[in-house]
Design a protein around this ligand. Structure first.
Ligand SMILES: [Zn+2]
Length: 191
């Protein structure tokens, strides 16, 4: 499992609903957490690892030891956005080294399924609310650079051009924490 870099086409696609939470998906989610921690992220969405499904993982503490803060969002729907509009710096594992200010509502209420297939509704504020909105955007083919004002966009343009070169050179981010999905399903069959 690799994190793909912008402008990989996977980041532009609308992800499909998850129809079944099976052992393959659970393994993929586990790998997403591993990859997220290995890259110092706080969230990671399916399309970023070429998984075309509506799923993202989050641990807004970024601390792999804090398992109680790990959350899995399957088929999430943002029910409500509220509070003030706040500007905050965001980065993205698909845009290494690029950070920019994005304006988003400070509070969101989300309904989703967890990894056990149970539906939950939760309200987030601050960094967690920002992360949920950022990751949910990935499921609809949006990246944080699509949300920048003109100034921010202009400020990062050079870095973005450099990153397109890295992408064109075939670069992805793989910390060696997870096997590809093909290898995964083969090994599952072998068990
Ligand atoms: Zn992102």
């Amino acid at each position: 499992m690799d994190v793909v870099l912008y402008p990989h086409p996977s980041l532009k696609m609308t992800a499909q609903p998850v129809l079944r939470i099976d052992s393959i998906l659970r393994q993929q989610i586990e790998n997403m957490f591993k990859l997220m921690y290995a890259t110092n992220g706080i969230g990671l969405a399916g399309p970023q690892v070429e998984l075309p499904y509506r799923v993202f993982v989050m641990n807004y503490t970024g601390d792999a030891e804090k398992k109680d803060k790990e959350m899995v969002f399957i088929n999430p729907i943002i029910l409500r956005r509220g509070g003030k509009l706040v500007s905050g710096e965001e980065g993205c594992l698909s845009f290494p080294d690029i950070f920019a200010k994005v304006v988003r509502p400070e509070r969101v209420t989300v309904r989703a399924f967890n990894i056990k297939g149970e539906m939950f509704t939760a309200t987030f504020e601050g960094l967690a609310a920002r992360c949920v909105q950022h990751e949910n955007d990935h499921l609809d083919g949006y990246c944080f650079i699509d949300r920048l004002d003109e100034n921010e966009r202009r400020r990062i343009q050079k870095k973005l051009d450099k990153q397109v070169e890295r992408y064109n050179a075939g670069e992805t981010i793989n910390k060696g924490v997870a096997k590809s999905s093909e290898e995964q399903s083969e090994s599952e069959q072998a068990e």
